[in-house]
Design a protein around this ligand. Structure first.
Ligand code: HEM
Length: 496
C-alpha cells in the first residue's frame, strides 16, 4: 500500500506537469487562431507549441548536439514534405520556408518582405547596419559599397594583399612546433584581409586587432541565445563586446576625420571607411558616425567569419578525401605550369580558370551550411504557394534544407564536388549567398579569398588533425568543438 502511495506521489505531479504543458500548447495555438480569425486556416501546417518558447528548445537541441537536419525533419515527419511550416521560434510566430521555389519567391519580393532577424541579431547588428535598413536607404548603401567590394578593379587590387597574408600565414603555421587551432588561425587571417579592405589605410596596434577579434567572437556567440541582458548571459557579454568594438571603430573614424581635415584638398579616400565618410546624397547629406561604424561592423562580421569557416571546412573535406585532394592539386599544378615566367602570383583570370576548385568551394558551402538560414518579416498578408504568411510574422528561409534535399542533391552528406559538373538546378536550388536585392555583396571577394587560400594550401601543405572524430557544434556555423586542433605541414608539389 505504502509503495503504491509513493508511486502515486511521483506519477500524479508528472502527469499534471505533462497535461499542463499540453494545455498550454493548445492555448498558445488557440490564442493565434483567435487573433487571425479565418486566416488561421490558410496558414501552412505546423504547431505554435509552447507560449514564448515555441520550437526554440528543439532548434537549440538539434543545433547543439546534432544532427541539425532533424529540426526540419520533425516538421516534415509530422506535417508532410510541404516546404512551409508555421511555428514559434526566437520569441516570434514564424513561417519556416524550405523549398527552393518558395524561398526564391520570398527573397525576391522586397515589397512584401523586409529583413526580420531575431531580436538578438538585430540588436547586435544595429539598426543602421546594411542588414537592417530597408528600401531607399538600403539601395543607396548597396550602390555605395558595390565598387569597393566587388568591382573588377577592386578585386584585382585586393589579390596582392590577400596573397601575401595567406603565404606568410601558412608559412608561420607550418613552422610551429605545437599544434594550432586551425579555425582560430584562419579566422585571424581572414580578419587581416577584411581589415585591410575596410580600414587598411589607418595604422592600428596589433593589440587592438586581437581585442577586436575577441569582441567579434563574443558577439557571434550572442546571435542565437536568449535576449537576456543580464551579467552571466551570453547576450549580455555580446552587447558589451559590441560596445567595445564600436568604441574602437569610432576612435579610428575620429582619427580619420582629423587627418582629412588637416590634409584638406590633398586628402583622398583609400579604404572603405574613407569612402563612407565621403559619400553624399542628393541633398548633400553625409552619413553620421553611427551609420558608418554599424556598416563597417556588419561587413566585418559578414566578411570574416563566413570565409574563415568555409576555408577550414574545405581543408578538412579535402584532407578526408585524398582522391579529390589529388584532383584539385592537379588542377592547381596545371595553372602554375601554364603561367608566364614573368608572372609572380595568382591572377584574377587564373582564379576564373579554377573550375574544379570552384566546385570544391560550392560543395563546401552546401555541405557545411555556412549560412544555414536567412530571415525576413512579412509587411502584408502575403500569399505563397496558396498559403498565407500573416503580416508581421517572421519568415525563416531555411537555406540548409535546400542543399540537403536528396532529390536535388543525391547523397547530400557525401563530399562530391563533381556533382556540380553540369548542374542545372531549379531556381533557388543552391543559394549559399542568398537571392534578390540582399544577395551577398561580398560573394566574389569571398570566392577569391577562399580560392587563393586553397591554391597555396593545396599546392604546398597538408594538415593532420589531433581529434579527427571530434564532435561538432552547429551554431552559428558548424565547427569541430576543438576548433580543429591540427598540425600544418609542408607537402611539396610537382611545381617545386
Ligand atoms: C563564404 C562567404 C559568405 C557567405 C556564405 C555569405 C552569405 C551571405 C548570405 C546568405 C547573405 C544574404 C542575407 C539575407 O538574405 O538577408 C549575405 C549578405 C551579406 N553579406 Fe555575405 N556571405 C559571405 C561573405 C561575405 C563577405 C566577404 C562580405 C563582405 C566583404 C559579406 C558581406 C555581406 C553583407 C554586408 C550582407 C548584407 C547584404 C544586404 O542586406 O544587402 N559577405 N551573405
Amino acid at each position: 500500500m505504502e509503495l503504491m502511495i509513493n508511486w502515486l506521489l511521483l506519477i500524479v505531479p508528472f502527469v499534471g506537469f505533462v497535461l499542463g504543458f499540453g494545455v498550454l500548447k493548445r492555448l498558445n495555438n488557440l490564442y493565434y487562431a483567435l487573433k487571425l480569425g479565418k486566416k488561421w486556416d490558410e496558414l501552412p501546417p505546423g504547431d505554435l507549441s509552447w507560449p514564448l518558447i515555441g520550437s526554440t528548445l528543439s532548434f537549440l537541441k538539434y543545433f547543439t548536439f546534432g544532427p541539425p537536419e532533424r529540426f526540419i525533419g520533425e516538421f516534415s515527419r509530422r506535417y508532410g514534405k510541404v516546404g512551409m511550416y508555421k511555428t514559434h521560434i526566437f520569441g516570434k510566430p514564424t513561417i519556416i520556408v524550405c523549398k527552393p521555389e518558395l524561398c526564391r519567391q520570398v527573397l525576391t519580393d522586397e515589397a512584401k518582405f523586409i529583413p526580420g532577424y531575431p531580436t538578438t541579431m538585430k540588436t547586435l547588428f544595429g539598426k543602421k547596419s546594411l542588414h537592417a535598413v530597408t528600401k531607399e536607404e538600403h539601395r543607396k548603401l548597396r550602390r555605395l559599397i558595390t565598387t569597393p567590394i566587388s568591382s573588377h578593379a577592386a578585386l584585382e587590387m585586393y589579390i596582392d594583399h590577400i596573397e601575401r597574408t595567406v603565404i606568410s600565414g601558412l608559412e608561420e603555421w607550418s613552422s610551429m612546433e605545437k599544434p594550432l587551432e586551425l579555425l582560430t588561425t584562419i579566422k585571424q587571417l581572414t580578419f587581416k584581409v577584411i581589415w585591410n579592405i575596410f580600414m587598411g589605410s589607418t595604422p592600428i596596434k596589433s593589440t587592438s586587432i586581437r581585442e577586436m577579434e575577441t569582441f567579434n567572437d563574443d558577439i557571434v556567440l550572442g546571435f542565437f541565445t536568449m535576449p537576456i541582458n543580464f551579467p552571466g548571459f551570453s547576450f549580455h557579454k555580446a552587447l558589451l563586446a559590441r560596445k567595445g568594438l564600436h568604441e574602437i571603430l569610432q576612435s579610428i573614424l575620429d582619427e580619420k576625420r582629423t587627418v582629412k581635415k588637416s590634409k584638406g584638398e590633398n586628402w583622398e579616400a583609400k579604404d572603405m571607411m574613407d569612402l563612407l565618410m565621403e559619400v553624399r546624397d542628393e541633398d548633400g547629406e553625409g552619413f553620421d558616425d553611427e551609420t558608418i561604424t554599424e556598416m563597417i561592423f556588419s561587413m566585418l562580421f559578414g566578411g570574416q567569419e563566413t570565409s574563415a569557416f568555409t576555408s577550414m571546412w574545405a581543408v578538412l573535406f579535402l584532407t578526408d578525401n585524398p582522391h579529390i585532394f589529388q584532383k584539385a592539386k592537379e588542377e592547381q599544378e596545371d595553372i602554375i605550369k601554364r603561367r608566364a615566367s614573368t608572372q609572380t602570383g595568382v591572377s584574377l583570370s587564373e582564379i576564373k580558370q579554377m573550375k574544379f576548385l570552384s566546385q570544391v568551394i560550392d560543395e563546401t558551402l552546401g555541405l557545411s551550411s555556412i549560412a544555414f538560414a536567412t530571415f525576413r518579416e512579412a509587411t502584408v498578408d502575403a500569399e505563397i504557394n496558396g498559403k498565407i504568411i500573416p503580416k508581421g510574422w517572421k519568415v525563416i528561409l531555411w537555406l540548409r534544407e535546400l542543399y540537403m534535399d536528396e532529390k536535388l542533391h543525391p547523397s547530400p552528406l557525401q563530399f562530391n564536388p563533381s556533382r556540380w559538373d553540369n548542374f542545372i538546378g531549379s531556381p533557388g536550388a543552391f543559394t549559399p549567398f542568398g537571392l534578390g536585392v540582399r544577395m551577398c555583396p561580398g560573394r566574389d571577394l569571398a570566392r577569391i579569398e577562399i580560392s587563393i587560400f586553397l591554391h597555396y594550401f593545396i599546392l604546398n601543405y597538408k594538415v593532420e588533425r589531433l581529434n579527427p572524430e571530434c564532435q561538432l557544434n552547429y551554431l552559428p556555423i558548424s565547427y569541430p568543438t576543438d576548433k580543429c586542433l591540427a598540425r600544418v605541414m609542408k607537402a611539396p608539389s610537382k611545381t617545386d
